[in-house]
Structures are given as C-alpha cells and as structure tokens.
Ligand binder design. Structure first.
Ligand code: PHB
Length: 406
C-alpha cells in the first residue's frame, strides 16, 4: 500500500505547572539516574509500550547511555493497561525501586493514576502517550510533562475534515474510557461546529473487541461517516471487522491516526479508503525523520511509528531537563524551566512545549489510505484537505504555542 502524507507537521505538548519554588536539600547523587518505565507489555497496547521503550532507549544510546552527565538505568513494570492496578504499580516504582523519573504510559486511565502518584510524591513524570486532557490540565504539576498529544487534538482536526468534506450525519464508536470519550467528543465538537451532527455515540468496554452488534447498528443507522477511536490490537480487529461487514464500501471510516499507526500492515486491504489525522506520519522525508527512522530500523529491525517517536522525544525532554540541572533531579523548577524554553529536535520537526493546555498548537497530518499513491499532485491540489488548505483548515494552528492555562 502506498502512503502519502498530506500535511507535514510537528507536535509536542508538554504541560508544566506554574513554577512554584520549593527547596529540598539535594541528596547525595547516586552515579546513575533510575528511569522507571511503566508501560503496557501485554494486552492490546503491548506493541505501543514496546515502541515507546525502544524510542526512549534509542535516544539515550545515541547520547552514549548518559543524559545530563549521568548514566541511565532502567526498571520496568508491565501496567497491562489496567487502571485498577495502576496505583500499586506506580508505587512499586516510586517506593520500592526509588526511581528518579517515571516514564509512562499509553492508557489514559493508567496515566491519570501515574500523574496523581507523581504529584503526591513529587517524582518527575514524562507521559509518552496517554492523552487524557487532565494530565496537562488540572492534574499537571511542575514535575509532570507530556511528549505526545491530548486526546482532543487529532480528533478535533478530523471533525473539521469530515464537516468540510460535506458529511452531515456521523456515528462515533470507541472504547468506553477517557481516551475514547475525549476523542469522540473532540470530533463531535468540530463536526457539529461545521454543520454536521453526531446521531449516535456507540461504545464498548476496554479492551473488548466484540464489535458485531455495534456494526449492525451502524448499518441500520446509515450515517455519512463513522469516526472511531481504537488503537493497537483492538484497532486491527475493528478495521478488519468493519471491512468484513462490508461497511467500508458505503460508509467511510474516519479516525485519529492511532487507528492505523503500527497496525496498518496487519489490517491490509481492510484499511483501504480510511481517513486519519495525526501529529506524525511516516514519509515526512525530512533529514531528521529519515535519520531517526533509519537508526530505529537498524537497531530494532522494525519500522518506527508515532509511539516510538513519542518515546524518543520523552528521552530528549529528560536530557534537556537533566542537562540544565547537572543531573540533579531535585531541582524541579529549573528542570521544568529548561524544558519549557527548549526547542526539541523531534523527528516530527522542531517543537516546543506548551504550558498546561490540551489545545496547544500542533500540525496534524490528514491522510487518505488508498491502494495506489492517493495524493498525486493534481489530486491533492483539488482535495479539500490538501497540504496548504489543511493548515488553514485546522484550528490548532491558531492556538498559541505557549498556551495559557484555560
Ligand atoms: C490513551 O489511552 O490515551 C490512548 C491509547 C492509545 C492511543 C492513543 C491514546 O493510541
């Protein structure tokens, strides 16, 4: 399958709280910084967790295994994308393993529990995926950062695209947890602003994959488009079942790029004709992204995806913070200030952090998944989501890069 990205862009939204000073005596530094990965290594998001860890380690290895002059060592916990175990799991890393820095996780519900524990214990947390809006909103703190996105971002972009393409009636379908709810709400917000209407919001418990009854309901409702948030193994199954039910022939499937990122090969022809929006795309063809992709492929014998990039950027953020404090993680305000000021050389493009906002400016790639290279020059010029127009279409760009708390 050929893939062309329409709009190249960068995104990085890190939240940091107001820089309130607090003075803790600097403990004697151990020679190494202990990073605790709390990621899903089993279950529907397992591949996502592995990609994040790979990306993170790749950046650290490129720096000779050290950040801010200190060697990095790792401990790991499999969070199983299970919110009910999240507090116990994160406390293992904080209290048993005495980590200096927490990195995790994928699932919004688990990430929220991590943010609470990080806040309570004043441990540095870098979230390399979990898009829960609250993490860079009310849950944010001087020690809490995100190298990924808020659930609202790619979803709102897709709502605009769907409305501009003339769709009037949409059905949304997702897992019933924070990410699914916030994603479908983001889509609805933009779609309805653009004149459309979400006539049905379907959901099932995470990480269920019993889609048949819901697909039957979609067929009976006959919307113009379906917007779906699924990721990982669940996204593979959903896209295949959607095509298996024949719905892809009459009702185009829209979603954030999580629907296809890292899953496209397994979906095969079932992904034909889908539309997605995301803050990263393969085929950016910039020297920075090409170098990253090559290094990742050589190291892991795998192609990187958005999750790998987010892990890589999480390590970059840690490196910037540690360098500014000479490896002394007790200096949280200085650590945070350095990350806020920095331009991060992401494979997505040079990016800066926004302060405490879920709606920070980002560029989103809108893509149509076709059998042949879909966006030839002439086609893309006619398309309502062609590169130039898409930038103007996407409201994110009007949000300030350094957003104020809202
Ligand atoms: C989330 O739970 O926030 C989440 C999970 C997987 C994704 C994106 C967001 O691909």
């Amino acid at each position: 399958m050929n893939r062309r990205n329409l709009l190249l862009g960068t995104a990085l939204c890190a939240g940091t709280a107001a820089l309130i000073g607090f003075a803790a005596p600097a403990p004697a530094q151990s020679p190494k910084i202990k990073v605790g990965f709390m990621l899903p290594y089993t279950g529907t998001y397992a591949a996502l967790g592995n990609a994040i860890e790979n990306g993170f380690r790749l950046y650290v290895d490129e720096q000779g295994g050290k950040l801010g002059g200190r060697e990095i060592e790792y401990v790991k916990v499999d969070d199983e994308s299970e919110p009910s175990k999240a507090t116990d799991n994160v406390n293992k890393l904080i209290k048993r393993d005495n980590v200096d820095v927490l990195v995790g996780t994928v699932h919004s519900g688990v990430a929220l529990a991590m943010a609470k524990a990080a806040k309570d214990s004043n441990t540095i947390l870098i979230v390399p995926n979990g898009g829960a809006d609250a993490i860079t909103g009310p849950m944010c703190g001087v020690n809490i950062f995100r190298s990924s996105f808020s659930n609202w971002q790619p979803a709102y972009a897709m709502g605009e695209v769907a409305a501009k393409k003339g769709a009037k009636k949409a059905v949304t379908i997702t897992w019933n947890y924070a990410a699914g709810t916030e994603s479908t709400n983001g889509f609805k917000e933009a779609f309805e602003k653009g004149g459309g209407s979400v006539v049905k919001a379907l959901n099932l418990p995470f990480p269920g994959v019993e889609f048949q009854a819901l697909l039957t309901e979609i067929a009976a409702t006959k919307p113009d488009v379906v917007y779906a948030f699924f990721a990982g193994g669940g996204a593979v199954k959903f896209v295949k079942d959607y095509a298996g039910a024949g719905l892809n022939r009459s009702i185009p499937l829209y979603g954030p790029g999580f629907l296809t990122d890292g899953t496209l090969d397994a979906q095969g022809d079932a992904a034909q004709g889908m539309f997605t929006t995301l803050h990263y795309a393969d085929g950016l063809n910039t020297p920075r992204d090409n170098a990253f992709r090559l290094a990742y492929a050589k190291t892991y014998k795998l192609q990187p995806d958005v999750y790998a990039v987010q892990g890589y950027d999480a390590a970059q953020m840690l490196g910037i913070g540690l360098k500014a404090v000479n490896g002394d993680v007790t200096k949280k305000p200085e650590f945070a200030a350095a990350i806020e000021k920095a331009k991060i050389d992401s494979p997505r493009g040079r990016s800066r952090s926004a302060r405490r906002t879920t709606r920070c400016r980002t560029s989103i790639c809108a893509r149509w998944w076709g059998k042949r290279t879909s966006w030839t020059g002439s086609r893309s010029r006619r398309s309502p989501i062609r590169p130039g127009a898409a930038r103007a279409d996407l409201p994110h760009r009007s949000f300030p890069l350094w957003g104020k708390e809202r």
